[in-house]
Design a protein around this ligand. Structure first.
Ligand code: AMP
Length: 355
């Protein structure tokens, strides 16, 4: 247990994307400085942070210099190379800690961990050869989804199998990477819970949001989600169980399928989450401030919201719709400062308060 970090101290953030940008803005509001580490120049977070290091993940000297200039380290994406974390871990506290990262970096470990907590997941089997895929398909049946164990996000590194003939192409898509086969979950809709745990072990959760995906990318989060009171409590309790089991410090996203058999955990993200952006305009303390509060050892906000809200992601050319979107009432715009518009690229989002 460490003491609270005083305002004016520096939070190191690994990754310079939009999540790092919004974390930096929240930290600045609380009086902290942020130092971004990212291999790419001119990042969304770098534009708004007090300090930036532009260096590769395996640059030991740059990492050591970065660590010496910050008081605590956090991150905005989970696929940080292990060697980078090994080096930094010896120099400064990393929050949330290594265990949460190790589990969420590997879909097999993640599912085993969740089942170990007594939570429902899709049925799964590890697959590291075409023979193992054949066996897994025989056991789990079709349809099923083959996913790389590591480095998958936004539906990348995944192949759906509807018939046995799909096996060869699906296996080729993994490009030799270890994978897991997941039985197809029949769900009515997808929701997520954004929850936080503070340095002293206090836990707070936001209301679950309902998520709409297209082409594997989140398009929209609606709050409240279509859930019964019992399901709502269940979702929050599941998130708290995960946070406590990991001795977690910071914000965590838990993605759930709403199925006839109950809530099924799809995956966990050990960071602020796209499906929590609505909190910026419908809560007094949003997920970014909540994460910073946790990381520096401040008391958490309570997670209450004061309005219904729809968050819409602005992807690629959606940017052209901004003037029209802003003509609607009660609409807040958040753009990420990405210099180049590309198809499928998240450029910003709007939060529309529903009264
Ligand atoms: P993921 O990258 O694991 O979040 O998967 C991306 C999307 O694919 C999810 O949001 C679901 O819509 C769908 N999906 C993933 N796994 C399954 C599954 N086991 N059964 C049904 N749909 C799934």
């Amino acid at each position: 247990m460490t003491d609270r970090l005083a305002p004016g101290r520096t939070i190191g953030i690994l990754g310079g994307g939009q999540l790092g940008r919004m974390l930096s803005v929240a930290a600045a509001r609380l009086g902290y400085r942020c130092h971004i580490y990212d291999p790419a120049p001119d990042t969304p977070a770098g534009q708004v942070a007090a300090q930036v290091t532009t260096a590769p993940w395996d640059d030991a000297r740059a990492l050591a210099a970065f660590a010496s200039e910050v008081d605590v380290i956090t991150f905005e994406f989970e696929n940080i190379p292990t060697q980078t974390l090994d080096l930094l871990d010896r120099l400064r506290p990393i929050r949330p800690g290594r265990q949460a990262l190790a589990i969420s970096q590997d879909r097999l470990h993640e599912k085993e961990f969740l089942q170990g907590l007594g939570l429902q997941t899709a049925p799964f089997m590890a697959v590291s050869s075409p023979d193992e895929l054949t066996e897994a398909v025989a056991r789990l049946g079709l349809p099923a989804i083959l996913k790389t164990r590591r480095m998958g996000y936004d539906g990348k590194g995944q192949a759906r199998l509807d018939q046995p003939e799909d096996m060869a192409a699906a296996w080729d898509m993994m490009a030799g990477a270890p994978a897991i086969l997941e039985g197809f979950v029949s769900f009515s809709h997808e929701v997520s819970v954004i929850a936080a745990r503070g340095l002293q072990g206090d836990v707070a959760a936001f209301d679950p949001g309902e998520n709409l995906h297209k082409d594997g990318i989140l398009r929209e989060t609606r709050v409240p989600a279509r859930l019964s009171g019992a399901q709502r409590s269940d979702a929050v309790l599941m998130a708290a169980k995960i946070l406590n089991a990991l001795d977690y410090v910071g914000v965590l996203g838990v993605e759930l399928f709403v199925a006839k058999t109950g809530l099924i955990v799809n995956e966990i993200a050990p960071r602020v989450h796209n499906s929590g952006h609505w909190t910026q305009n419908a809560c007094t303390v949003d997920q970014f401030e909540q994460h910073i509060r946790a990381v520096v050892g401040l008391p958490l906000g309570d997670g209450d919201r004061f309005a219904d809200v729809v968050m819409e992601n602005l992807i690629g050319d959606d940017l052209d719709r901004v003037p029209d979107l802003l003509r609607a009432k009660d609409t807040a715009l958040h753009l990420y400062g990405k210099p180049e518009v590309r198809a499928g690229r998240k450029m910003g989002h709007v939060n529309r308060i529903i009264r």
